[in-house]
Design a protein around this ligand. Structure first.
Ligand SMILES: Cc1ncc(COP(=O)(O)O)c(C=O)c1O
Length: 432
């Protein structure tokens, strides 16, 4: 398939099968070796990665042959070999009955934070969850909802607060849980978003924070997080720091882990959420883990989980979590080198269209008008002009209108094609 061969069709399965084999979806021959090749000899993130026939939701959004799906947040890159080997090993033993929690998993989480972030996490804080981050957040909201005797049983209307734009899940979860919520527009500084630093509406039930930020991939400075935790405490709100992109922080940036960054006196008012699903591209096997320093909240959350038939220590997620945390470090280092190199190539090309300087993950948050696309119809226009599928900024809350989110976690050669296609946008011409 050549770069120009994509055409419209409604047959997404044809599209999926059209990308099997060689060459990869929309992949043109690389003009020059991708920059990450030299950095990650042990893990090849440049080779085509064929997801055809795997039921990928991201690829189901590519509605024509040759379209490169860059919307949904998972990676077109193979997960760590150690995870595959652990799953294979475990699957070979046909004991698939109920399982208990292996406490070694908590120590592995603490070891991971020490090794990757240089911080001390008490293994007792750790809850190993058999559900993805979205479900974990929903159960947490049910646990702290005022009517459940949560944070403010005396003030049932105390809303849940979160900065916008946000990844879309916070608003969806609050609506589903029938919790009042307020979206707080993120202020902008010279190179992108800043956290709100003024007093928050009070009382509030919780402040939900995406850290690093999805959609912009900004890593919040520790000082801003520190201040937000204080504002949240003044509003008598629990701070929930959703850090599922935290381990994807690019070299040269430091992700502040909420549990260990806030004033120790406020620790019991903070929940930190993380997931090997995001970090190691295993979201199809739902799992997450939470740091909950407050023993009372931990116990209530565990009770609430039981009410949904969820318990710590499920079979598959323990297998994946332990393999990833124990052996995934070198894979992650290579991945981050690959992503950081891709980020540099794209941000250099896209210039002022990048709304907020990205420091983590594989997401770019773009100003549609600066790309020369009609803000109200930018997603469709990018698809038609470049064959690139993206996420519509309107899905990220009121602060997202007129923006697009692009996921660039792609094999190097597919990224080459993306860059070639972006040339069709006349990026160098000034746009009104
Ligand atoms: C910041 C953030 N939190 C939570 C989630 C939810 O993850 P999942 O759908 O795997 O539960 C996502 C998914 O993209 C995310 O980006």
């Amino acid at each position: 398939m050549t770069d120009d061969s994509f055409q419209r069709t409604d047959d997404s399965f044809r599209n999926l099968s059209s990308v099997s084999g060689s060459p990869a979806p929309g992949a043109a021959p690389a003009a020059s070796p991708s920059p990450s090749l030299a950095l990650s000899p042990a893990f090849d993130f440049d080779a085509p990665f064929d997801r055809a026939g795997t039921g990928s939701s991201k690829w189901a959004r590519a509605t024509a042959p040759g379209v490169i799906p860059m919307g949904l947040a998972d990676m077109d890159l193979p997960a760590p070999p150690a995870v595959a080997e652990a799953l294979e090993r475990r699957a070979r033993h046909r004991a698939y009955g109920y399982t208990v929690c292996d406490p070694a998993g908590r120590t592995l989480v603490a070891d991971w934070y020490r090794a990757r972030h240089g911080v001390e996490v008490d293994p007792d804080w750790v809850l190993l969850l058999p559900c993805g981050p979205r479900t974990a957040l929903r159960v947490l909201l049910e646990t702290i909802r005022p009517e459940a005797g949560g944070h403010r049983p005396d003030r049932p209307q105390a809303p849940v607060l979160f900065p916008t734009p946000e990844w879309g899940g916070f608003a969806q979860l609050c609506r589903a849980a029938r919790l009042d919520h307020l979206e707080l527009p993120l202020p902008t500084g010279p190179d992108g978003y800043r956290l709100p630093d003024g007093p928050l509406p009070r009382p509030a039930t919780a402040v939900l924070l995406s850290s690093p930020h999805n959609p912009s991939a900004r890593v919040w400075p520790a000082a801003e997080l520190h201040a937000l935790a204080e504002r949240a405490a003044e509003a008598d709100a629990l701070l929930v720091s959703d850090e599922v992109h935290g381990d994807l922080t690019h070299p040269g940036h430091v992700h502040p882990v909420a549990a260990t960054t806030v004033d120790p006196a406020l620790r019991h008012r903070v929940v930190t959420l993380n997931s090997v699903g995001k970090t190691f591209n295993c979201s199809g096997i739902p799992s997450s883990f939470a740091l909950v320093p407050d023993p009372g909240l931990r116990a209530r959350l565990t009770d609430a989980l039981a009410g949904y038939g969820l318990w710590e220590g499920g079979l598959l997620e323990q297998t994946v979590q332990q393999a990833a945390l124990r052996e995934g470090g070198p894979w992650l280092d290579a991945l981050l080198a690959h992503l950081a190199a891709a980020r540099t190539r794209l941000t250099e090309r896209l210039g002022a269209a990048v709304r907020s300087a990205p420091h983590s993950s594989y997401l770019l948050w773009l100003d549609a008008a600066a790309l020369g696309l009609p803000p109200a119809n930018a997603r469709q226009a990018l698809l038609e002009r470049c064959g690139l599928e993206s996420s519509d900024g309107a899905d990220f809350g009121p602060g997202g209108r007129g923006s697009l989110r692009l996921n660039y976690a792609l094999p190097g050669r597919v990224l080459d094609t993306v860059l070639t296609r972006l040339d069709r946008l006349d990026l160098d011409r000034p746009h009104p």
